[in-house]
Design a protein around this ligand. Structure first.
Ligand SMILES: Cc1cc2nc3c(=O)[nH]c(=O)nc-3n(C[C@H](O)[C@H](O)[C@H](O)COP(=O)(O)OP(=O)(O)OC[C@H]3O[C@@H](n4cnc5c(N)ncnc54)[C@H](O)[C@@H]3O)c2cc1C
Length: 402
């Protein structure tokens, strides 16, 4: 078994495959390795639509074996520790891999343990989530079978992946309830740990209007801390304007849970992690070059990175060429000239056929791709989200062409 790689890529998700596809055209594919134990690669953005029954979740999954670029070596094992000082990666089966260059694309971890009762409750008594492939169909069932009552959609503290998804599924739920004529018997609440509906004021304003139009009540600084599925009770830690925290139990008939998210332990427990500050425990890369701050032969992209952007696949589309260009420059002793501007995009589905395409970079700078008012709900952006982005993902981004 090959144990040394010129470039070793950790993670075969969106970021790992996007860089592997690009690198395999620049370097000998046999010199590249991807480590990932997963059988399946997922296009997670579809889970929002599948959770509302718009499209089968099968369209979001492909065997990982089919995603690995030709000639690149796939090590189907889990990484158990990374020793950057020795340029070594230790796998779960104790195999030691060595590398000249390392690309970290391990994604993030859903920290279900931070909300006791939530994970065990999934699929029972109206508790559901679109953040887990195995729960997506159940979410759709619960939304379609809802007979009225209290429906709560939660949003944990950021960072999370796709910070828009917790409310997109709520807007689609509202539409389903209306179609099924149970909306007038229902109250919908968006319980967010944050202080605004969305982090970028331009889009927050538009989304506040959407929530108002749909008669959805917004609960700010409400963090879900416990779930009692048996009694259908959710406990929230509520922060008042003076900063005092109190707990409140609320009965629900439907609870869509988005768990808090953390860096993978293999990163937070390694020398690769940011030691302190707002990005503590996440991968310590420079926010512009995506090169590790202390180990110049290490680069990173995607959800695992400790940079002040919004974690999405759209961000990775812009990060992958930067990582590849800067990695090649590093190999050849040239200055690292490629820059990531923090671009991220979130197609905010407000109903079937309507999307606000939020595109922005560092410091909330708007970065629209189209010369139209970006804060408007549009049918054209729905066509983009529903019909154009999935094939673009499989045939362009995952092949290193976009
Ligand atoms: C419900 C939902 C909706 C979303 N909507 C959108 C959207 O509309 N637009 C958008 O752009 N983005 C969206 N996203 C976000 C997007 O899917 C992620 O940001 C993106 O997939 C992150 O890619 P990644 O490579 O960082 O991580 P992932 O794609 O999650 O891949 C991480 C990989 O690392 C592997 N791994 C983990 N631990 C180990 C280990 N110890 N050893 C080896 N391998 C390991 C995993 O098996 C996995 O294959 C959404 C996500 C969700 C969940």
């Amino acid at each position: 078994m090959q144990t040394h790689y010129k470039v070793l890529i950790l993670g075969g998700g969106t970021g790992g495959i996007a860089v592997a596809a690009r690198l395999s055209r620049k370097l000998a594919p046999q010199s590249l390795g991807i480590v990932d134990p997963a059988q399946t690669h997922f296009y997670q953005p579809l889970w929002t639509l599948s959770g509302a029954g718009v499209i089968s979740k099968d369209h979001s999954a492909r065997p990982l074996s089919k995603m690995i670029p030709s000639g690149v070596h796939w090590v189907q094992e889990s990484v158990s520790s990374i020793r950057p000082l020795e340029k070594r990666v230790i796998l779960k089966n104790q195999t030691v891999l060595t590398y000249d260059y390392l690309i970290v694309a391990l994604g993030l971890r859903l920290a279900w343990e931070k909300v006791p009762g939530a994970q065990e409750a999934l699929g029972k008594n109206g508790v559901c989530t679109i953040y887990d492939y195995d729960q997506v169909d159940k979410t759709s069932d619960f939304l379609h079978q809802f007979k009225g009552g209290t429906a709560i959609f939660t949003m944990p503290p950021v960072p999370i992946k796709c910070a828009g998804a917790p409310q997109k599924i709520m807007y689609l739920a509202d539409e389903i309830f209306r179609k099924n004529r149970v909306r007038d018997k229902s109250q919908i609440y968006f319980a967010t740990a944050g202080q605004a509906i969305f982090g970028i004021p331009t889009f927050a304003q538009a989304l506040n209007q959407v929530a108002k139009r749909k008669d959805i009540q917004l609960w700010f600084q409400h963090q879900l801390v416990r779930v009692d599925a048996e009694n259908q009770q959710a406990t929230f830690a509520i922060t008042d304007p003076q900063g005092n925290i109190s707990e409140k139990n609320i009965r629900f008939d439907l609870l869509h849970v988005v768990p808090p998210m953390t860096a993978p332990q293999v990163i937070s427990q390694s020398e690769l992690a940011e030691p302190g500050g707002s990005q503590k425990d996440w991968l310590a890369v420079d926010q512009f070059t995506l090169q590790h701050k202390r180990f110049p032969e290490v680069f990173g992209l995607g959800d695992v990175t400790g940079i002040p952007n919004s974690k999405t696949g759209a961000a990775i589309r812009k990060q992958a060429p930067v990582v590849v260009s800067n990695l090649l420059a590093q190999m050849e002793g040239r200055p690292l000239s490629a820059r990531y501007d923090g671009y991220s995009s979130c197609p905010l589905v407000t109903q079937v056929g309507r999307v606000i395409l939020a595109e922005f970079g560092y410091d909330g700078k708007l970065l629209p791709s189209f010369p139209v008012n970006p804060a408007k709900e549009r049918w054209s952006m729905w066509i983009l989200k529903r019909y154009l982005l999935p094939p673009m993902y499989w045939w362009a981004m995952m092949k290193g062409r976009a």
